[in-house]
Design a protein around this ligand. Structure first.
Ligand code: TPP
Ligand code: MG
Length: 468
């Protein structure tokens, strides 16, 4: 059931409501099973005078905060999800969570709001299975600014009650089955988190531990033939050399599965990717844009050979503009992500996704860029160090072995990612609880029974999802 506040005259859409009240706050019950009945009355209509509207909005905001506060007041193992909507309030959100000990997962585009070096930073939230062990251990999940557009389509079947605080109706109903979307200013939601930040019973540095677990597993599936690099090696070697403030851009493809979890950032907007549309050919143009906007800051574009092939001539742009853009191409002579996808569905063949060996180093040199071809970590480190010392662009053609990608994909989005031998000790996951919102008499704010609703049976999360 979805409950909307009334909007401008003649309208009932949630968007119109936001438009007429500014930062209106409303609680939207997104339980698709309709098991939770709303209580209270809708938010003020167009007939309300300005003062009344202000009072009503204050009540509505208070109710939204009460919903979150009540949930946090009893949670032992809350987990916070940060999405792209939290970026514009990064400082407030970071301040609320830093030092709290609450594990925080970031969507691709939210990375850096809580620095990766912090004990709370627990890694990525993609909708895949990499984050499953932590989310399965949670007894409360709270999203701030999470927009489902960023997420891999998958059933939401975690037992913990889920609340999504967002500044605009984000359509959470379509993704977070049984969850509750709360439209409210995020700084207000962050304040509630701050007020309840020490009530949990997570072990110390649980976020860091969860992230390390993922890192370890990514390392276990790294394989490469002699003279070739693992994709994981490319990322960790580059991260070890590039300065902290480096801006990295990431293209679409199997290499992205190695870059996103292993490239650590301590500030927002340092790791740029086209999530949602996940378009190939993003990495190099985005790097050029980043270099133009941030003179003096090193910029690295991580791209597949297929994606670089789509925008190859932009190397000439970087040469002409004298930009210090470093292109690291994961050269495996294949559209590797698609190769795995089509194998799973029994389509195509190697000839549909493979092509002859191309020297991107030679192509780059032909356009006036510096270039290197590398096949091990030492060569890569040398090429990267030289590139960082140059003013213009460098293309580093990294010969990577794609053999580990199927296992990497399975860990990230498939059934293997779901399983973990880690136990989080006492106070482990509790059964999903039905949370009641505080009923406020004479209050027109939209409150409702925000129970977590019936979880959909038939967990399909274990099946590999290969989109994006
Ligand atoms: C413009 C565009 N076309 C097609 C796709 C579908 N797609 C996603 S990944 C991929 C293969 C990418 O190959 P490559 O750049 O070599 O990266 P790899 O998977 O080998 O790491 C394709 C075709 C896409 N995301 N964007
Ligand atoms: Mg490729």
């Amino acid at each position: 059931m979805v409950w909307e506040s009334a909007g401008a005259p003649g309208t009932t859409s949630r968007g119109a409501s936001l438009g007429s009240f500014g930062w209106a706050s409303l609680v939207v019950n997104v339980d698709p099973d309709g098991t939770s009945e709303p209580i209270g009355a809708p938010a003020p209509g167009p007939e309300a005078d300005g003062l009344a509207k202000t009072d009503e909005l204050a009540d509505v905001h208070e109710n939204a905060r009460a919903v979150l506060g009540e949930a946090l007041g009893t949670a032992l193992r809350p987990v916070v999800l940060l999405g792209l909507g939290a970026l514009r309030h990064a400082a407030a959100v970071r301040a609320a969570l830093a030092g709290s000990g609450i594990p925080v997962l970031h969507t691709y585009r939210a990375r850096g709001i809580v620095p990766d070096c912090a004990a709370e930073a627990a890694g990525l939230f993609t909708g895949g299975t990499m984050e499953s062990p932590l989310l399965a251990a949670a007894d409360l999940i709270i999203g701030l600014g999470v927009d489902p557009v960023e997420l891999i389509p998958a059933p939401w079947d975690y037992p913990a009650p889920t609340f999504l605080a967002t500044e605009y109706p984000a359509g959470s109903a379509g993704y977070f089955t049984g969850g509750t979307e709360i439209v409210t200013p995020l700084p207000a939601a962050a304040q509630v988190l701050a007020a309840h930040r020490t009530r949990h019973r997570w072990p110390e540095a649980a976020g860091r531990t969860a992230k390390q677990d993922v890192t370890d597993r990514l390392g276990w599936v790294a394989v490469a033939a002699p003279g070739r690099l693992t994709p994981q090696d490319v990322v960790t070697t580059a991260r070890g050399i590039a300065p902290a403030q480096t801006i990295a851009t990431v293209d679409s493809g199997a290499h992205m599965l190695a870059v996103m979890p292993l490239w650590l950032v301590d500030e927002p907007q340092r790791l740029l990717i086209s999530s949602g549309l996940a378009t190939m050919g993003y990495g190099l143009p985005a790097a050029i844009g980043a270099a133009l906007c941030s003179p003096g800051v090193p910029v690295i574009a991580f791209t597949g050979d297929g994606g670089l092939g789509m925008t190859l001539m932009e190397i000439e742009t970087a040469v002409r503009l004298g930009l210090r853009v470093i292109v690291v191409v994961f050269n495996d002579s294949a559209l590797s992500l698609i190769k795995i996808k089509q194998r799973a569905s029994g389509q195509g063949g190697d000839e549909a996704v493979g092509y002859g060996r191309t020297s991107f180093a030679a192509a780059a040199e032909a356009m006036g860029a510096a270039a290197a071809s590398v096949g091990d970590r030492t060569e890569l480190a040398g090429a990267l160090t030289a590139a960082l010392g140059r003013d213009g662009p460098t293309v580093i053609d990294a010969r990577v072995d794609p053999a580990g990608y199927p296992a990497l994909l399975d860990l990230t989005r498939g059934s293997t990612g779901r399983h973990s031998s880690r136990s989080w000790g006492d106070g482990g996951p509790r059964k999903a609880r039905k949370l009641r919102t505080r009923r406020r008499r004479g209050n027109n704010g939209s409150t409702g029974d925000l129970g977590s609703g019936t979880r959909r049976a038939g967990h399909r999360r274990g099946r590999a999802r290969l989109g994006h």
